[in-house]
Design a protein around this ligand. Structure first.
Ligand SMILES: [Zn+2]
Length: 357
């Protein structure tokens, strides 16, 4: 039997869309949201899907960012190699040997990220980390002219080339861009489920742009929506891999979605946070607590909109985040949808007023 959720995650993560170049993934997001509500867009490209419930207010914003980390062609050397700018935060050690796709006006060009081979490095440098500025993209050309003939120009976006794989246990998935296509998928799945329920509010599912370069689409789309309450949907950092201490992250794959109690740019509204935790307990959805000292989410912009918006972040844990291959657990995804639907059903005017009382 076809698994619609698996197909959605595959389609969304395999789509291209680095910050500022979200076109391909945006088309896909629009296709999925079109049947679910009224679509609009802010002027830098965030997609907003308005779903009416039994009351006009409160306005509930669900936000997930559709951009993914990638690069941009910066400069072409006369020998035919490409220097690149990062779009978003990369863990530089995962870059070497990575295959990439350059989106040019003449079509896709495949390349690989290279650096000076270890055999040619002096002994004292061989064990050192190669810096990103010493790397380049090689498309197999032998001159600048060949690169230009392939259609490559400075300003072209560069995307990791990676496909979606359902892993051996059948419960975990490997792909690029779970940060944050998993959040975008959660919006689609939740709005689909909501069609079968009454909800005392209007829901705005928002796929934001340019989160990875400083929550830019959240900053503009929150003005378009002007929400009364917001739930940010994000990938979270799994701590269940070698070398991570519980006080750095105690989040494990398959143990439920997460609620973020702290990040570098937002402290969630505590009444909303507690409401979320109580609801999860009541409906028996496992929920993990997470804290990210060195990162932020779209919540950074959303909770400071106007005079402030009660905001919380729900996450799906991913291993190897900010690389081209991360892993999530299907159970965490399904539980996140279940929790979101229940929360939205309960967010009426009185409940939302309590968060700021
Ligand atoms: Zn993210």
């Amino acid at each position: 039997m076809a698994d619609a959720t698996l197909e959605l995650l595959k389609e969304l993560t395999e789509a291209n869309g680095v910050p500022g170049y979200e076109g391909p993934v945006r088309d896909l997001v629009r296709k999925h949201l079109e049947p679910l509500g009224k679509l609009s867009q802010d002027k830098i490209g965030s997609v907003i899907c308005q779903v009416e419930g039994s009351a006009e207010t409160p306005k509930v914003m669900l936000a997930g960012h559709m951009d993914e980390i990638g690069f941009m062609v910066k400069h072409i050397t006369k020998e035919g190699f490409l220097h690149f700018l990062p779009l978003g935060g990369w863990f530089d050690q995962v870059l070497l040997g990575q295959r990439v796709v350059i989106k040019t006006r003449m079509g896709d060009v495949v390349g690989v990220i290279g650096a000076k081979p270890p055999h040619l490095l002096p002994a004292d440098q061989r064990n050192k980390v190669v810096k990103r500025k010493d790397m380049y993209i090689d498309i197999g050309a032998t001159s600048k002219e060949e690169v230009e003939e392939a259609g490559v120009r400075p300003g072209d976006p560069v995307i990791p080339r990676a496909d979606f794989v359902s892993l051996a246990n059948g419960k975990t998935y490997l792909s690029k861009a779970f940060d944050d296509r998993v959040g975008v998928a959660l919006i689609v799945s939740t709005l689909e489920q909501l069609k079968s329920f009454e909800h005392p509010n209007t829901v705005y599912g928002v796929a934001t742009v340019q989160e990875e370069v400083g929550v830019r689409g959240a900053t503009t789309s929150v003005r378009a929506v002007d929400p009364d309450v917001a739930i940010v949907l994000e990938s979270d950092i799994a701590g269940d891999v070698p070398g991570i201490k519980p006080d750095e992250s105690s989040v494990e794959l398959g143990k439920g979605p997460t609620v973020l109690i702290y990040d570098a740019r937002m402290i969630p509204n505590i009444k909303l946070r507690d409401f979320l935790m109580e609801t999860a307990e009541e409906i028996e959805v496992p929920l993990q607590v997470s804290y990210i000292e060195g990162g932020a989410t779209d919540g950074a912009a959303i909770h400071l909109h106007n005079t402030g918006v009660p905001t919380v972040v729900i996450g799906v844990a991913a291993r190897h985040i900010h690389s081209d291959s991360s892993i999530i657990h299907r159970g965490d995804y399904d539980n996140a949808v279940k929790l979101l639907v229940e929360i939205i059903k309960r967010l009426d005017a009185d409940k939302v007023a309590e968060f700021t009382a």
